[in-house]
Design a protein around this ligand. Structure first.
Ligand code: UD1
Length: 358
């Protein structure tokens, strides 16, 4: 059996690494081909992750780079098509909801190749988010849909997708976290920054709705105010860095850094007193780790993280940052179990389904 995996961005690597590992184990005689679109290309956004996750070097690098949505999607399709024709895989595996996911799905289905979508069925119901469009297309055209939470079933049924295509397998991003736990627990990144565990807030921001306009300067000013009450560690995504360079922002006492490797980041996450983010994956990781997460968005495609008791939606409203210390002080007991099947074995279930379908 020939399986081809298409990855392009930092979170794609995290979600796909355990799937590649589980399928290589089940199908040692099979051909496993990794295609890296190059949507993320900085060493800290790409290579470091592949190394830490133990992903073999990609077989094909498409070097698509940055651009408008149409440019990135078109370039990926154009460069991926000959690879798919030459490799003739029996299955194309695509994770998540980024532009590489959209482009790979369309290219494969147009060639009549079956697609498996990992992290299927998430919906924010906000079509202004590029990821929402990407998810809908990937789910509509994938033959195998791998789900990680119950609400995905209702979302997919509402779009007329039959149950036979859905497989509730759990969360492969949590597989990676579980697999790395011993390593990241021993890194102690907080101590290297002179921070006490539980004493600081960890911040990540990169969504266009927040960082591509005037909200960014206001958000950074509010974070500087928060930094007067607790240390604020802020590894800055390249998109956000570029926007910060162009804007007049007051960085105050913020502990700014380059993007971090995954072990470093997970270490800081696990020891944080609070996390402030607009990321999707970090809402999930904090839910698994039981860390209070405040999400600077009006909606989430991951409502299970809110019902689990770790995630609070602040809205797309930088002023709400001022309420974080009071919200932390008023918090009840730590929430209980992570959602069902967020247990470190999702990729094995995916491999079972794929091998069983042969
Ligand atoms: C992309 C995904 C987003 C995901 C995020 C994870 C889409 C539409 N967006 O957002 O869903 O949550 O990845 O990180 O697919 N850049 C660099 N170096 C890099 C990569 C990007 O400098 O290695 C800069 C470039 O200026 C680029 C900008 O970041 O134009 C945005 O990159 P892009 O891949 O378009 O979107 P992200 O914001 O990274």
């Amino acid at each position: 059996m020939r399986i081809l995996y298409v990855v392009g961005t930092r979170p794609n690597f995290v979600k796909t690494a355990p799937v590649i590992g589980a399928l290589r184990e089940r199908l040692p005689e099979g051909r496993h081909t990794i295609v890296h679109t190059g949507q993320h290309y900085d060493r800290l956004m790409s290579e470091v992750f592949l190394e830490e996750l133990g992903v073999p070097a990609p077989d094909h690098m498409l070097e698509v780079g940055s651009g408008s949505h149409a440019q990135m999607t078109a370039r990926t399709m154009e460069r991926l098509e000959p690879v798919l024709v030459a490799e003739a895989p029996d299955l194309v595996v695509v994770p998540g909801d980024v532009n590489s996911t959209l482009a790979a799905t369309l290219t494969a289905v147009k060639l009549g190749l079956p697609v498996a979508h990992v992290e299927s069925g998430l919906r924010s119901f906000d079509m202004t988010m590029p990821e929402e469009v990407n998810r809908i297309v990937a789910d509509r055209f994938s033959e195998l849909l791998f789900l990680h939470s119950e609400e995905a079933v209702a979302n997919l049924r509402a779009e007329g997708i039959p149950d036979e295509r859905m497989h509730m397998v759990g969360n492969t991003m949590i597989d990676t976290l579980v697999a790395l736990e011993e390593r990241f627990r021993s890194v102690d990144s907080a101590a290297r920054l002179g921070l006490e565990p539980g004493s600081y807030a960890l911040v990540t921001l990169h969504r266009p709705a927040l960082v591509d306009g005037p909200l960014l300067a206001e958000t950074v000013a509010r974070l500087s105010a928060l930094a007067r009450e607790m240390p604020v560690v802020f590894p800055v995504h390249p998109r956000t860095r570029k926007m910060m360079e162009g804007a007049d922002v007051d960085r105050g006492d913020l502990l700014l850094s380059e993007p971090l490797g995954y072990l470093d980041f997970l270490s800081l996450l696990a020891d944080a007193g609070a996390v402030l983010t607009d990321s999707g994956g970090i809402q999930e990781e904090t839910t698994y780790l039981g860390i209070p997460c405040f999400t600077l968005r009006d909606n989430t495609e991951r409502p299970v993280t809110v019902s689990a008791g770790t995630n609070t939606l602040l809205g797309l409203d930088p002023q709400a940052i001022a309420g974080i210390p009071a919200a932390l002080a008023a918090r009840g007991p730590a929430p209980g179990e992570p959602p069902p099947l967020w247990d470190g074995h999702a990729a094995e279930r995916i491999a079972d389904v794929i091998v069983g379908e042969r």
